[in-house]
Write a protein that binds this ligand. Structure first.
Ligand code: AMP
Ligand code: MG
Length: 432
């Protein structure tokens, strides 16, 4: 039950009408509310972990021309028998095509990546020949195609190399570069602010008094944001009083995403809902049937700003009013609850804003090391270790147990009433 003390401002009825909703509904409503940010062009070298906003197709085949896979000699295989002697008629290093032509009884000295001379259909490794001045004798049998990298054998011109919504990985960056793309069009860049609330919180480096704890959620949420490719532009700590919370929220909502940790539960010191409501945020969700993380909150705030470019005359004033939307996530203060709700609700929303197609955490099958039964009324995310295909719950399964979480590398969702047996194959979520 929501307790309201007489000193607190009267709570608007909007705040009381919330029922606990299912995880699936929460996720659906969040993903329906958030939308992709404006696309942008970034240099390929800076596109790591961005999401492609267009489909990309090969402009060039790979390899782009027939070339040598070895340092050696380009030959005509049919005239190159073990023990035979060939005359070396020229040299083709990697680089400009010297347009050499090789015939029977001849060889061209060649190096890795160099264009295959006309007429040649095989390369003999330099280790397999003996050099005698301008001749070589061949010490092996040679077959057509040996050590030749044929044009297009890896990738054909026009083949899709990157699909809209795909994450750009290190090798994708290389592939785009191999095609001569200087820039790539990717999803928008989200900015995020993190506010940690709580009178008990102390910043790292400061001295702890009795009853105080260090703020670990700011660090946790900053790290989880980084994993999504977003760096928190603002990280603030504020006390459980409305003035500092209101001020911090007003600063935070200038970003695309505002994450507030703590103060979203039902105690008298949980002021986040009222504060958000007061600044005009629309609260869509408060409380989700998930363990840990039930007090999770989601809402959004919209404001009119002026386009900073200002040089695109759109009206009499010459400035363009732009609607700025900030999506607000209130996560419970307990570190494991903050972690689980971030991964289940905040991460997919941010990925959607950034133009990602796949919003799910990677899942891998694992053999359950012990039997597990859920007797609660909410799905339970069990933290554990996934090692050699086996999942073992690890540490205390309570929402404050940060050490256990730090040792875990996988989450197992146990549904309401679900009973899982030892050795059963289950899907676990991974995040690192
Ligand atoms: P709250 O959600 O504000 O009721 O906090 C629930 C629990 O989480 C309390 O034990 C808090 O002390 C703890 N907590 C809240 N914020 C943080 C934080 N930033 N870092 C570590 N623990 C926190
Ligand atoms: Mg608190």
């Amino acid at each position: 039950m929501l307790a309201i003390s007489s000193e607190l401002p009267i709570v608007d009825c909007q705040l009381i009408r919330f029922g606990v909703i299912s995880e699936e509904e929460a996720r659906r409503r969040i993903l329906e509310t958030v939308s992709p940010l404006d696309e942008r062009a970034v240099p390929v070298a800076a596109a790591l972990d961005c999401f492609a906003a267009e489909d990309y197709f090969a402009r060039l085949p790979l390899p782009a021309f027939d070339n040598s896979a070895m340092d050696g000699y380009a030959v005509v295989a049919s005239s190159c028998k073990k023990g035979g002697r060939l005359r070396v008629i020229g040299e083709q290093p990697a680089g400009p095509d010297r347009k050499l032509c090789v015939g029977g009884g001849e060889a061209v000295r060649i190096f890795t990546g160099a264009t295959l001379p006309q007429g040649a259909d095989a390369i003999v490794m330099q280790e397999d020949v003996t050099r005698h001045g301008t001749d070589i004798s061949v010490n092996v049998d040679v077959e057509a195609g040996e050590f030749v990298r044929r044009c297009g054998c890896d990738l054909a011109e026009g083949q899709m190399i990157l699909a809209r919504g795909d994450r750009i990985r290190a090798a994708t960056v290389a592939l785009l570069a191999s095609q001569g793309f200087a820039d790539v069009i990717v999803g928008g860049k989200a900015t995020a602010a993190v506010i940690s609330t709580g009178d008990e919180l102390v910043k790292a480096g400061e001295e702890l008094q009795a009853g105080q704890i260090y703020d670990s959620n700011s660090a946790l949420l900053g790290a989880l944001l980084q994993r999504c490719g977003v760096s928190a532009t603002v990280v603030e700590h504020c006390r459980d009083d409305r003035k500092s919370l209101d001020d911090a929220i007003k600063r935070g909502i200038k970003n695309h995403v505002l994450i507030i940790s703590g103060g979203v539960s039902v105690g008298e010191h949980d002021l986040v809902k009222e504060a958000l409501h007061e600044v005009g945020a629309k609260i869509e969700i408060w409380r989700v049937a998930v363990k840990p993380g039930k007090p999770f909150l989601f809402g959004w705030f919209e404001s009119e700003t002026v386009d900073s470019a200002g040089d695109t005359p759109a009206g009499p004033t010459g400035t363009m009013p732009v609607l700025h939307k900030c999506f607000v996530f209130g996560l419970p203060g307990n570190p494991v609850s903050a972690f689980v709700t971030f991964l289940q609700f905040v991460r997919p929303a941010i990925l959607r804003m950034m133009g990602a197609m796949n919003l799910d955490l990677p899942q891998v099958p694992a053999k359950l090391a012990v039997g597990l039964t859920s007797d609660g009324d909410r799905p339970h995310y069990i933290r554990g270790r996934l090692e050699h295909g086996k999942f073992m719950p690890f540490g205390r399964q309570e929402s404050h147990a940060l050490f256990g979480l730090s040792q875990a590398n996988a989450l197992l969702r146990v549904g309401v009433g679900q009973s899982l047996k030892a050795d059963q194959i289950v899907d676990v979520q991974i995040w690192d």
